[in-house]
Design a protein around this ligand. Structure first.
Ligand code: ARG
Length: 459
């Protein structure tokens, strides 16, 4: 036998390097709070079903509380030779309260213990992420409301396409983030199932009552199969998939902010506190926050791929492979939360350069579609109108004039259906105001969408 808690069947101590190689305490100590919470619930349940006495339960719970205080005061001596967070805490409990500490693990295994800890931890983290997400979404709604009528060019292929309102553009991001929120809320439902009681893989011979621990720990339901309960990490993969999509959205968002802060676009100002300078070029103000968020997207995709690959082909039930689930999950959680937080802080502080946006929208024939639609209303088929306007744009490119800058005579070279009222539709305001339906860019629609968005967040 060795000095390990599982050392009974061993005749030599574990190799020193192997001990370090197989240990997870350096990273899984992050689960200490959930581990203690789970143990308190387990001990409470064991006492209720008569496996522990009430004195034993009370002594275990008091010991665990004092260990939590030690950890939080930075006074806990984490030992790599004790492998992981679970055995560190259990060993300390026994050192503190004596032989009763050794009874805590009755009817339980580290396999159901760790699966429970991760779910408790992830559930809390999802809630924190949802708060940051909501803060960012609120910032977008406020900005959209403020700038409902500010006009900018909308793009396809990054070429000027049609005028849109800045508010409308901001609300496109709001929509994407709303779907991310739905995905996280949905994922949370499957995270919130309790594997505790599965024991190592087959369940336990003690008369446990899983409904007690389930209620104490705030789970929605217990897992229905012990083999599955201890082994699958699909909930963590699902979180990383939802996080990857959220980061994909954040990366698109970032890319636009980076473009827009460039001298070439000059659409928005980022406050200095979200930027940094260059050590050599004195004029520089770099959009570091969106650039980093764009870059960090790759990490989260990577963690998703790590976990998918980790789980692939694992036979039932628990395998040590699963110890590798934590670092990818922790990193995906930290990255998403921090990126959302940075954006939630930054978005309320961005300022549109209204004039620069307007000038850009006036360039690039952004109201060409409006002219075609005008001719359709005069009774011409859309395809012919498209061609007529194409000729007018060609003339504009050659003469250096946008459509609204041409005289009526010039425009009438292309169609005698064009009258003086054409200038109403060629203006930027005419163009955006005309797109006045749900999902359209008209300022009135932006304001209505903001109201719907606020309702959604309050629900
Ligand atoms: N540290 C382990 C993990 O993270 C805990 C479970 C270990 N169980 C075992 N039988 N080796 O997965």
């Amino acid at each position: 036998t060795t000095n390990q808690s599982w050392g009974g069947r061993f005749s030599e101590p574990v190799d020193a390097f192997v001990a370090r190689f197989t240990a997870s305490v350096d990273f899984d100590k992050r689960l200490y709070k959930q581990d203690i919470q789970g143990s308190i619930a387990h001990a409470t349940m064991l006492a209720r079903v008569g496996v522990l006495s009430e004195e034993e339960r009370d002594s275990i719970i008091a010991g665990l509380h004092s260990i939590q205080s030690e950890i939080e005061a930075g006074q806990f001596d984490w030992r790599v030779d004790l492998e992981d967070v679970h055995m560190n805490i259990e060993a300390r409990l026994t050192a503190q309260i004596g032989v009763t500490g050794k009874k805590l693990h009755t009817g339980r295994s580290r396999n159901d213990q760790v699966a429970t800890d991760i779910r408790l931890w992830l559930r809390e983290e999802i809630d924190v992420i949802l708060v940051e997400l909501q803060r960012l979404q609120t910032g977008l709604l406020d900005q959209a409301e403020r700038h409902a009528a500010v006009i900018m060019p909308g793009f396809t292929h990054l070429q000027t396409a049609q005028p849109v309102t800045f508010g409308h553009h901001l609300l496109a991001w709001f929509e994407m983030l709303s779907r991310d929120r739905e995905r996280l809320l949905d994922c949370r439902k499957r995270v919130n199932r309790m594997p505790l009681g599965s024991a190592a893989l087959a369940g336990t011979t003690y008369p446990i009552d899983r409904s007690i621990t389930c209620e104490l720990l705030g789970f929605d339901a217990v897992s229905g199969n012990s083999l599955d309960g201890v082994s699958d990490r699909d909930f963590a993969i699902e979180f990383c998939a939802a996080a990857s999509l959220a980061m994909m959205h954040m990366s698109r968002f970032s890319e636009e902010l980076v473009l827009w802060t460039s001298a070439q676009f000059n659409f928005i100002e980022l406050p200095d506190r979200f930027c940094t300078g260059s050590s050599i070029m004195p004029q520089k103000k770099n959009p570091d926050v969106p650039e980093l968020v764009r870059g960090k997207t790759g990490r989260v995709y990577g963690q998703l791929m790590s976990l998918l690959t980790l789980m692939k082909s694992q036979p039932l039930a628990y395998n040590k492979d699963n110890q590798e689930d934590k670092e990818p999950l922790f990193d995906a959680v930290d990255t998403l939360r921090d990126c959302l937080r940075a954006f939630a802080d930054m978005i309320p502080a961005i300022q549109p350069n209204v004039e620069a946006m307007r000038e850009a929208a006036l360039r690039g024939f952004s109201t060409a579609t409006d002219l075609a639609d005008y001719l359709v209303r005069r009774g011409l088929p859309f395809r012919d109108c498209h061609e007529i306007v194409g000729h007018a744009v060609k003339f504009g490119v050659e003469s250096g004039k946008d459509l609204a800058e041409m005289s009526l005579e010039e425009l009438r070279q292309f169609s005698d259906q064009i009258e003086k009222d054409v200038f109403d539709v060629l203006t930027l305001e005419g163009s955006v105001n005309a797109r006045d339906h749900i999902g359209g860019t008209a300022p009135a629609q932006v304001r209505a969408a903001v109201v719907r968005g606020r309702d959604l967040l309050a629900s």
